[in-house]
Design a protein around this ligand. Sequence first.
Ligand SMILES: *[C@@H]1O[C@H](CO)[C@@H](O)[C@H](O)[C@H]1NC(C)=O
Ligand SMILES: *[C@@H]1O[C@H](CO)[C@@H](O)[C@H](O)[C@H]1NC(C)=O
Ligand SMILES: *[C@@H]1O[C@H](CO)[C@@H](O)[C@H](O)[C@H]1NC(C)=O
Ligand SMILES: *[C@@H]1O[C@H](CO)[C@@H](O)[C@H](O)[C@H]1NC(C)=O
Ligand SMILES: *[C@@H]1O[C@H](CO)[C@@H](O)[C@H](O)[C@H]1NC(C)=O
Ligand SMILES: *[C@@H]1O[C@H](CO)[C@@H](O)[C@H](O)[C@H]1NC(C)=O
Length: 401
Amino acid sequence: MECSWKTVLLLVCASLGVQYTAIRTLRDSLSGPCQGAYRCWRTSCDDSWLPMASPRKHILLFATTRSGSSFTGQLLNQHPGVFYVFEPLYHVQQAFTNSSSRLRRTLDRRALLGAYRDLLLNLYTCELHFMENYIRPEPQDHITSSFFRRSSSHALCSPPVCSDGVVAAASDPPDETWCPKKCGALNLTLASMSCLSRGHVAVKTVRVPEVGDLRTLTEDPRLDLKIVHLVRDPRAILASRMMAFSDQFRAWKIWNATGRQPRYVDLSQITGTCKDMAASVETGLQRPAWLRGRYLLVRYEDLAFNPKDKASEIYKFAGLEMEDRVRTWIAKNTNSNASSPSEWNYRYSTTRDSRVTAESWRLRLGFDIVRTVQNLCNDTLALLGYKQVRSAAELKNLSQS
Ligand SMILES: *[C@@H]1O[C@H](CO)[C@@H](O)[C@H](O)[C@H]1NC(C)=O
Ligand SMILES: *[C@@H]1O[C@H](CO)[C@@H](O)[C@H](O)[C@H]1NC(C)=O
Ligand SMILES: *[C@@H]1O[C@H](CO)[C@@H](O)[C@H](O)[C@H]1NC(C)=O
Ligand SMILES: *[C@@H]1O[C@H](CO)[C@@H](O)[C@H](O)[C@H]1NC(C)=O
Ligand SMILES: *[C@@H]1O[C@H](CO)[C@@H](O)[C@H](O)[C@H]1NC(C)=O
Ligand SMILES: *[C@@H]1O[C@H](CO)[C@@H](O)[C@H](O)[C@H]1NC(C)=O
């Protein structure tokens, strides 16, 4: 009898499959703290050795600067079972960038992306202490006052992390400082505990260039990663960056004001944004095996014009229930009755009339700039279905979408 290694392997696999099914069935029929309530699977039920993904969802809001990701991230942050972190990779980038310039020059991109992925994996498994490698100044006794944009996360500003947080979180945060003022410095041990006590983890980042850079995370058997790829019209991204980062975009503002392109204007940033966005969309739409069922493409404009339906779609994709708190937040933050933007720290505010915001770039950019961006990004615009404008009159005529 010929018994090749393939046959053996097949038998082993088949028997593992049977065992696994049995374990699943057993687990599903168990009555106890694990049934239904998924929150405790990792802490007290210790079934993390199971070869299949846990019911814990790991959501990555994968976006680019000024693409509406603060707003979209808030949709996830509102869910009471989600531990949400706003741009943790900021700390990694800071730590790498503050190295000596010599190291920076020789530092290859792979090392930085690897550090990004390590941090994401540790956050998804609630090891918040891992952030201590990057936070500057270095946390003492697991305590830090320098956690980037902590106020953006409900979990980091409410119990058990912050005993004073219930009251504070009830009203929408008006600025960046309210949470540290109410809650004091952040205890990362408590943050890890809060993460474990919530059912799911969501992270927003604008620092990973392409979806392909996330591959080892989608393939990691410890995670059930769902990537929400948020894109936005590059012309709107540019207009928004010009408003938010005026120093960096001084040359563009001169161009906008004078209608003449300064020689020193830097076109590479917006070109890079368009290239990365298109590359990720192409990868996503090709549906490679490592990304299948794990990638959702969302145009910010569709979300802004139809927030309820798009939010449900995102929640469905993520495998989460859309809680009432999410619906309430949408109702409050997407109509024209939203509180005035001037009450907010403009740079990162999310409370605005989302429809007006989506098209406001058309009044903020001169036609000359628009035409240049359209030439630089024509493939990306075509791929994502954004129309090009042909004249200044068409640009300013908002009755044409
Ligand atoms: C950056 O490095 C310099 C010198 O190496 C140090 O003095 C400074 O505190 C560092 N800044 C941060 C934000 O880590
Ligand atoms: C941080 O929280 C942990 C867990 O509650 C606690 O044991 C520790 O003492 C806290 N650290 C400080 C410095 O308060
Ligand atoms: C918006 O405000 C106007 C007047 O301030 C009010 O009449 C209207 O009912 C409000 N709409 C919503 C959806 O709250
Ligand atoms: C560009 O110029 C227009 C006026 O021509 C102005 O309304 C708009 O705010 C400017 N945009 C930016 C981003 O500065
Ligand atoms: C974009 O522009 C390039 C160069 O002008 C051209 O070759 C390409 O066909 C254009 N793509 C689309 C989708 O129009
Ligand atoms: C704006 O576009 C609409 C629809 O195409 C058109 O009917 C209208 O005449 C345009 N307005 C101006 C001022 O060009």
